[in-house]
Design a protein around this ligand. Structure first.
Ligand code: HEM
Length: 252
């Protein structure tokens, strides 16, 4: 039986969070188009970022594709193409373990860098801190479900493709099943709820950059940095690029 609390938690709150996600992005684009950025801190520090950023981004991309597969594709479809329950499980846990590990190591490094590198920390807003906290909680709970449920088998077997996934797809098809989430293990409930909170915050954080992947970056021309320094270096200037003496404005 579905209670009022189940409906509130697994129907009303998810729709409110998803409405924030959609309308929030429209609002941000309309009123803060020029603030739509990663607010990259690469100029302040590169050594740690060179490892942390690819580890996190490749990991989270694989986790995202795993969610498309696990939440988006009904179990009946994978079985119809001959993928047994066992094969699905082995693939999900093995690929998921690598993806999850890479995401967690990347995230820990990103947070460590943000806290310990002075200029990066000073460029961190309150909203960044809230975002990192919620993101870390969502990722930790997701990993907890995989490790505790699928690897260590704590608390017995739970097939999220018969529960959480059906609830999740139902939200978009208006085929509501709050009772499935009410019956899910606590770890899945907390992960789902924390993810909804993250979706609600998303448009007001630097995470908006997900929707403006810099594809053109791969083909853009080099950025030419020119020094303002008076030290000219040893190389002869190329014709047409000789340095022009700067004239002080005359004072009368
Ligand atoms: C409402 C939305 C979401 C639902 C219903 C959901 C559900 C799930 C489920 C069912 C699993 C698999 C657990 C298992 O293997 O037993 C999982 C794992 C995971 N989730 Fe989510 N998730 C959602 C959103 C997110 C978001 C937004 C993130 C990160 C930003 C995330 C990060 C993770 C991670 C890191 C794992 C572990 C994956 C791995 O083992 O590689 N999830 N999630």
């Amino acid at each position: 039986m579905t209670t009022t609390a189940d409906t509130l938690l697994w129907v009303v709150i998810p729709y409110v969070c998803l409405a924030f996600f959609v309308l929030g992005h429209a609002w941000r684009y309309r009123y803060d188009k020029f603030g739509w950025t990663t607010r990259s801190s690469q100029l302040y520090e590169r050594r740690l970022l060179r490892w942390a950023s690819p580890l996190f981004h490749f990991g989270i991309l694989a986790v995202f594709l795993g969610h498309v597969m696990g939440l988006g594709i009904p179990k009946a479809w994978t079985e119809a193409v001959g993928m047994s329950e066992e094969l699905y499980h082995v693939l999900a846990v093995s690929i998921g373990a690598v993806a999850g590990f890479s995401t967690v190591v990347g995230l820990v490094l990103l947070i460590y860098r943000r806290r310990t590198v002075g200029p990066v920390f000073r460029a961190t807003t309150r909203m960044d801190k809230v975002m990192y906290l919620v993101l870390a909680v969502v990722i930790f709970l997701g990993m907890w479900n995989t490790v505790a449920g699928s690897v260590l088998n704590l608390g017995g077997h739970y097939d999220y493709r018969d529960g959480v996934s059906v609830w999740f797809r139902g939200i978009f098809r208006f085929d509501l099943h709050p009772e499935l989430m009410a019956d899910a293990p606590l770890g899945f409930q907390l992960h789902g709820m924390a993810a909804m909170l993250l979706f609600a915050l998303w448009p007001f954080t630097r995470l908006v950059h997900v929707f403006s992947a810099p594809v053109g970056y791969l083909w853009r021309p080099y950025v030419v940095y020119r020094s303002r320094s008076d030290r000219l270096g040893a190389r002869q200037a190329r014709p047409g690029w000789e340095r022009v003496e700067r004239k002080e404005p005359s004072r009368r």
